[in-house]
Design a protein around this ligand. Structure first.
Ligand code: ADP
Ligand code: MG
Length: 238
């Protein structure tokens, strides 16, 4: 079963076209990483899948549905951003529970889902803490927890680690890998960090100037880059 399909997806902002008709099949449970230079259209593509941007042309399917006109909350996706604003006055539990409360989820179910997410993320002992009492990595985990409690079929990550230092990024990579095994969801992940892409991805999508240059397994791109751009991007860290 294929979970997310992009067919000739185009995005224009006014007269400026920034995504030029991209095609991609993302399989159920796959971990797909979008890489490419700043401004190439990675976030815009992710936001179109999330429903945070309309698409100007083409089609996006999630599961059995064309979701072009489906509201973000009804798409069975959850997004984790780089600038994960936690609510400073709420403890970890309530930060994770907030979205579920808005959806009028029964209290017992909220409790169960938050506890399960906390278990997956190693936050069980921190549920009563405020964000100000957490490290950067712990805060990022809470942000992931907010997505996990929604139990989506598809997780969308937009450079979730780029605000963390190198050591923490390393550690969180391992956690995200573990998260993928634990939640049994498809993950679509954006980064400009080659190491992140190489270590996390089942397949890497290399974007440039609003189109896809190459799609393949990390080793495949490394060994058989389609062109010098892909070779340069996958081969040499910045
Ligand atoms: P990336 O995430 O790869 O760095 P983006 O998807 O954020 O790139 O941006 C792709 C292009 O679209 C850039 O040229 C950016 O300036 C432009 N863009 C993004 N959002 C908007 C917007 N809301 N209005 C106009 N242009 C935008
Ligand atoms: Mg971006």
């Amino acid at each position: 079963m294929t979970e997310v399909i992009l067919k000739n997806v185009v995005k224009r902002f006014g007269r400026l076209e920034v995504v030029h008709g991209i095609n991609l099949d993302i399989h159920n449970l796959e971990f797909v990483v979008f890489v490419g230079p700043s401004g190439c259209g990675k976030s815009t593509t992710l936001r179109m899948i999330a429903g945070l941007e309309t698409i100007s042309d083409g089609e996006i399917r999630i599961g059995d549905r064309v979701v072009n006109d489906v509201a973000p909350k009804d798409r069975d996706v959850a997004m984790v951003f780089q600038n994960y604003a936690l609510y400073p006055h709420m403890n970890v539990f309530n930060n994770m529970a907030f979205g579920l409360k808005l959806r009028k989820t029964p209290k017992a179910e909220i409790e169960e889902r938050v506890r399960e997410a906390a278990r997956i993320l190693g936050l069980t002992d921190l549920l009563r803490r405020k964000p100000s009492e957490l490290s950067g990595g712990q805060r990022q985990r809470v942000a992931m927890g907010r997505a996990i409690v929604r139990n989506p079929s598809v997780f969308l990550f937009d450079e979730p680690l780029s605000n963390l230092d190198a050591k923490l990024r390393n550690q969180m990579r391992t956690e995200i890998k573990r998260l993928h095994r634990n939640v049994a969801s498809t993950i679509i992940y954006v980064t400009h960090d080659q190491v992140e892409a190489m270590t996390l991805a089942d397949r890497i999508v290399v974007m440039r100037n609003g189109h896809i240059e190459q799609v393949g397994a990390p080793l495949e791109l490394f060994q058989k880059p389609a062109n010098t751009f892909v070779a340069g991007f996958i081969g040499s860290p910045p």
